[in-house]
Design a protein around this ligand. Sequence first.
Ligand code: ATP
Ligand code: MG
Length: 250
Amino acid sequence: MLDEENIVDPSHPRYDSLMIRKKIADAGVKGMLADSAMIAHGRGEAYDYLLGEKTTPSAMEATKEAVARLIKAESPVISLNGNAIALAGSDFLTLASQLGCPVEINIFYRTPERMGALIGHLKLLNSKLGLDVEILGGIPDERIPGLEGPRGACQSNGIFSADTILVPLEDGDRCEALVAMGKEVLVIDLNPLSRSSRNCTVGIVDEVSRVAKNMIQMMPEKPAPTKWNNAKGLQAALDQIIDNITNKFS
Ligand code: ATP
Ligand code: MG
């Protein structure tokens, strides 16, 4: 394992960010991630820096809207990729158990080794938490129309038949394909300009581990869905960035 823990003091101003980065590095060592995982993480980190590394009021609103739609859904599913599992695997299992829904592993660069490592890790977390959340993705038997190759693979009793999907850190192509299937697609992505953010039903512009924790806390409140305007939420995130960087050095 990498040893940032020993060299970074908790009083370091970048401690939280460095510890989140360490989770990605450690998961990479365990064979859970593709080589490009740290690059995708870095893009998220850069946006988080500009957003102020905290949940903005508009992100909290979007999180609440996503929770409301997950509660209202008939067959919700939480789709998980390697980074989401590395950063918030326990919290997404807890949320899935609150919702009574499965999680489905769906990764861009699918190999039997990576799938095995991710399924094994989630099973371990399930038993540590005393939960029995159904973990799908290991035996794909359906395809997302319009997506070629292994990333289009999914399960008929999971993503394929779900009416509402929470997709943290989604690839833009897959997000578009899921929306085209008529599903409600709830995205967590720190980049308000990504195709995922722009094409989804509700975009939450916030860091994935903060969002998962916020969602767990909101569940008992049972929020109700509203008429959500995704473009407005994304613009609020951009406005926050502009506000944070305007007149910094004048
Ligand atoms: P798109 O295909 O949607 O246009 P992209 O190709 O730029 O986006 P990907 O590399 O496919 O993006 O997916 C990674 C996305 O996840 C990035 O948009 C990045 O901002 C976001 N991201 C990375 N780490 C985190 C994190 N910890 N929390 C939230 N979002 C994150
Ligand atoms: Mg992409």
